[in-house]
Design a protein around this ligand. Structure first.
Ligand SMILES: *Cc1c(COP(=O)(O)O)cnc(C)c1O
Length: 431
C-alpha cells in the first residue's frame, strides 16, 4: 500500500484513474518519478490551457518572487492586482465592448459561483435560481444546489433548496427546444415556478458530458432572462479562457451575460485564482459583505497578467480553430470506422465521444493511460471520453494523442486492453 492509500482520505478521485506519482511537467507532457512521460489530454480539467509551466508566465512569476513582490494582501490594493485589472480591461474587456466590475472571491471556482449566486439573490430580492440538467458548478452548498449529479448532491447531507433544474439544450432530443418549456413555466401563473433571481448556465457542459448549447439557444436564453428581469450568469470556469477558441465561450453567440465566473485557467499557471465579472449596475455589495482570506493571490495575479499576452493578437484563437477542425475530423473518422453510432461533440479544444455502451469510455481512458496518454471521462455515467488538451499543444502532439486514442479504442473493442507493457511508453517516447 502506498502512502496515499495509507493516509489520504478515500475521497481522492483522479489518482484512481491515473495511478502514478508525477514529479514534473512541461508543455503537454507530464513525467512520473520513474521518468515515464505522459501526453496530457486533460490539462488539469481546464486549468492548464497554456500547458504546464509555460516559459513566459514562469519568467514573470520568478521575477516577482525574486524581487520579494508581495504575496498576500487579503483584498488590500497591490501593484500585482492593479496591473491585472488594467491589462484584463485593455486586452479582454475593451476590445469586446464589455463593461464589468471585478470581484475577486476566494480562489476556487466554487467560490466564484457562490458569490455570483449570493449577489443575484441580493440584487433581485428573490430566492430561486434556475440551473440546468447535467450542470456542474462546484461542491459548496450553493453551487451544489445548481449541480445536476445526484451522487454529488447527496454528498451535501442537507437539503439543497431554492433552485429549480430545467432541461439543457438537447436534453429532450434534438427536435425539442427546451427553452419552450422554460419560457412557458415563467409565463404561466399556474406553473409552480417562482420568477428566479438568476439562471446559471455553462455554454458547454464540460463535467456533464460535453453537451454543447447552440448559439441560437444561448441567444434565446439571453432574451428570456432579459424579458423577465432575471440575472444571467455564465459559468465560464472551465470553458472560458480560450477553451472554445475565443476568450469567453459566449462570444460566438454574441450575448452579454450579467455575471461571468472565471477560475481554472485564469491564472494561466495552475495557481488558484477566481474572478466574478459583474455588470456595474448589479454591483450592490456592501463593503466586506462577502469576504475571504485568499481573495486575489498576488503571484496568481502576476501569472494571470502574463497569460494575457496570449490574447494580445489573434494567433492563439486561429491556432485553436485549426486544431478544432483537426480533432473533429479525426474523431468523426475514428468513430465511423470503429464505433458507428457513437456521438462526437465539442467546440474549440473540448471534445467528447459518447459511446452507446456506457462502460466503454472508462476502459478506453484506462487503455490510453497504459499507453502514455492522460484522458478523462465525463457525463453522469462516465459515458463520454473527454478530450481537453492544452490550447498550446502542437499539431504533432495532438495527432499522436489521437492515434493513442484510436489504438486504445481498438484494443478495448477487440478485448486486448489488458495492460500492455513495453508498448505503452515506447509509443509515448516516439512522439
Ligand atoms: C471546475 C468547475 C467549477 C468549480 O471549480 P472549483 O475550482 O473546483 O471549485 C465550477 N463550474 C465549472 C463549470 C467547473 O468546471
Amino acid at each position: 500500500m502506498n502512502i496515499f492509500e495509507q493516509f489520504e482520505s478515500e475521497v481522492r478521485g483522479y489518482c484512481r484513474s491515473f495511478p502514478t506519482v508525477f514529479s514534473s511537467a512541461k508543455g503537454s507532457w507530464m513525467t512520473n518519478t520513474a521518468g515515464e512521460r505522459y501526453l496530457d489530454f486533460f490539462a488539469g480539467a481546464g486549468v492548464l490551457n497554456y500547458g504546464h509551466n509555460p516559459d513566459k508566465i514562469k519568467q514573470a512569476l520568478l521575477g516577482y518572487l525574486m524581487r520579494d513582490g508581495i504575496t498576500h494582501t487579503l483584498d488590500m490594493y497591490s501593484q500585482a492586482k492593479q496591473r491585472f485589472i488594467e491589462r484584463f480591461h485593455e486586452v479582454i474587456l475593451q476590445p469586446r465592448g464589455l463593461h464589468y466590475k471585478f470581484q475577486f472571491p476566494g480562489p476556487t471556482g466554487t467560490n466564484a459561483v457562490e458569490a455570483a449566486l449570493k449577489l443575484a439573490r441580493k440584487v433581485t430580492g428573490r430566492e430561486q435560481v434556475v440551473g440546468f440538467t447535467n450542470a456542474f458548478h462546484g461542491m459548496t452548498l450553493g453551487a451544489l444546489a445548481v449541480t445536476g449529479n445526484s451522487f454529488k448532491r447527496a454528498g451535501a447531507g442537507v437539503p439543497l433548496g431554492h433552485t429549480a433544474s430545467v432541461p439543457f439544450d438537447g436534453y429532450m432530443g434534438q427536435d425539442i427546444d427546451t427553452l419552450n418549456y422554460f419560457e412557458a413555466m415563467l409565463h404561466d401563473n399556474g406553473s409552480g415556478m417562482d420568477t428566479p433571481a438568476a439562471v446559471i448556465v455553462e455554454t458547454v457542459q464540460a463535467e456533464g458530458g460535453v453537451n454543447v448549447a447552440s448559439v441560437e439557444w444561448l441567444r434565446r436564453l439571453r432574451q428570456i432572462t432579459q424579458a423577465h428581469g432575471i440575472v444571467l450568469i455564465v459559468d465560464d470556469i472551465q470553458v472560458g479562457c480560450g477553451r472554445t477558441g475565443s476568450f469567453f465561450s459566449f462570444e460566438e453567440a454574441g450575448i452579454v451575460p450579467d455575471i461571468v465566473t472565471l477560475s481554472k485557467s485564469l491564472s494561466g499557471y495552475g495557481l488558484p485564482l477566481a474572478l466574478v465579472l459583474i455588470k456595474p449596475e448589479l454591483d450592490q455589495w456592501a463593503p466586506g459583505e462577502h469576504n475571504g482570506t485568499f481573495r486575489g493571490h498576488c503571484p496568481a495575479f502576476v501569472t494571470a497578467t502574463a497569460a494575457l499576452t496570449f490574447w494580445e493578437d489573434g494567433r492563439l484563437q486561429q491556432a485553436v480553430a485549426k486544431k478544432e477542425r483537426m480533432v473533429q475530423k479525426q474523431l468523426q473518422k475514428m468513430v465511423a470506422k470503429h464505433v458507428p453510432g457513437a456521438q462526437v461533440r465539442g467546440r474549440g479544444l473540448i471534445w467528447g465521444v459518447e459511446f452507446g455502451d456506457a462502460g466503454l469510455a472508462a476502459r478506453v481512458s484506462k487503455a490510453c493511460f497504459e499507453r502514455g496518454l492522460i484522458i478523462e471521462t465525463a457525463g453522469i455515467d462516465d459515458q463520454v471520453l473527454k478530450l481537453l488538451p492544452s490550447l498550446t499543444i502542437t499539431e504533432e502532439e495532438l495527432q499522436h494523442g489521437l492515434g493513442v486514442i484510436e489504438s486504445s479504442l481498438v484494443a478495448v473493442l477487440t478485448g486486448k486492453d489488458g495492460a500492455p507493457t513495453g508498448e505503452a511508453h515506447a509509443l509515448a517516447e516516439a512522439a
